[in-house]
Design a protein around this ligand. Structure first.
Ligand code: CUA
Length: 325
């Protein structure tokens, strides 16, 4: 019998540890951290998980043991079992042990917290720091770089340099949440409030994330990604985007990020009406009017856009008018 209990215990342990062993696979464990703040969040997750798994195994094994050991056997159905009154040692143990566990977890979290929340200062790192303004809107992310360059949904960032993000939302919008799991925790984009977060990715690559606050019909499609580029490559991209403020490239980002989520990439409709072949798409004045101010059910997705930003969308649609399937 004892062997069976031990086996059951080991089985439970294996099940509980499997996600950690898989190392983020299967969606059970967090993605590997790629930024110091994300690494600290990951450490905290592992630290807390150790206690969770240990307590889970302890409780389940005891439960199984007690069910077996104190089963009714030949006792009368409604007869009470032997009564126990007081067990000072056990009572002390189940009081002191949780206090110690909570103290350890709390201490660990407070030890890790400053490194998660505080943006590394530019002087401390001895090099420059990039500042980007992140605006969450229904249903896209807009990034504004210090030189005024704009990007939609995909944030380019240099490797090895701290990137400070000012996260907000327009007054007339709703709450969104910026979240790139490999690069840190969630931070809310709240109308009228500016929150800050940061990351510093050493390895070039694309890190995916998504709006983490239910914000409406297309919340699930409000994806975000950060493309970390080698510093020189990033500088070249930023300069290019600054020089050509109304670029086709930005227009394409706007079409895909701002328009197509509701109208379909080919303008074929889905949430919003089909617009492929619509004369509005190639009529700059009317297009601008609708995008800036909305019409009917369509919100003013482009309110506050700069003239160049609008021109980028107009230029893209002139070059590549969407053709629905
Ligand atoms: Cu924006 Cu969910």
């Amino acid at each position: 019998m004892r062997a069976l209990l031990v086996l059951a215990g080991l089985l439970l342990l294996a099940v509980a540890l499997a996600p950690a062993a898989l190392g983020g696979n299967g969606g059970f464990a967090p993605v590997p951290p790629e930024s110091p703040n994300a690494a600290r969040i990951h450490d905290t997750w592992i630290f807390v998980s150790i206690f969770i798994v240990a307590i889970f195994v302890l409780v389940e094994v005891l439960l199984a043991t007690f069910i077996w050991r104190y089963r009714r056997q030949r006792r009368e159905r409604f007869e009470d079992g032997p009564q126990i009154h007081g067990a000072t040692n056990i009572e002390l143990m189940w009081t002191v042990a949780p206090v110690i566990v909570l103290f350890l977890i709390g201490g660990f979290v407070f030890y890790k917290l400053p490194g998660i929340a505080e943006v590394p200062s530019a002087s401390a790192s001895g090099e420059e720091r990039l500042e980007v303004r992140v605006t969450g809107r229904q249903y896209y992310w807009q990034y504004e770089y210090p030189n005024g360059a704009i990007a939609i949904d995909k944030l380019r960032a240099p490797a090895g340099i701290p990137v400070r993000l000012e996260v907000t939302a327009p007054d007339e919008d709703v709450i969104h949440s910026w979240w790139i799991p490999a690069l840190g925790g969630k931070i809310d984009a709240i109308p009228g409030i500016t929150n800050e977060t940061w990351f510093q990715a050493e390895r070039p690559g694309t890190y995916d994330g998504q709006c983490a606050e239910l914000c409406g019909l297309e919340h699930a499609n409000m994806l975000a990604s950060v493309e970390v580029l080698p510093a020189t490559e990033f500088a070249a991209w930023l300069e290019e985007r600054d020089r050509e403020r109304a670029s086709i490239e930005l227009g394409e980002e706007e079409w895909q990020g701002v328009c197509a989520k509701c109208h379909g990439l080919g303008g074929e409709g889905g949430i919003a009406p089909q617009i492929s072949g619509s004369p509005v798409l190639t009529n700059p004045q009317e297009l601008e009017e609708i995008v800036r101010n909305g019409r009917g059910e369509m919100p003013a997705v482009g309110s506050g856009w700069s003239e160049e930003q609008m021109d980028a969308l107009i230029a893209y649609l002139r070059e590549t008018p969407p053709s629905g399937s």
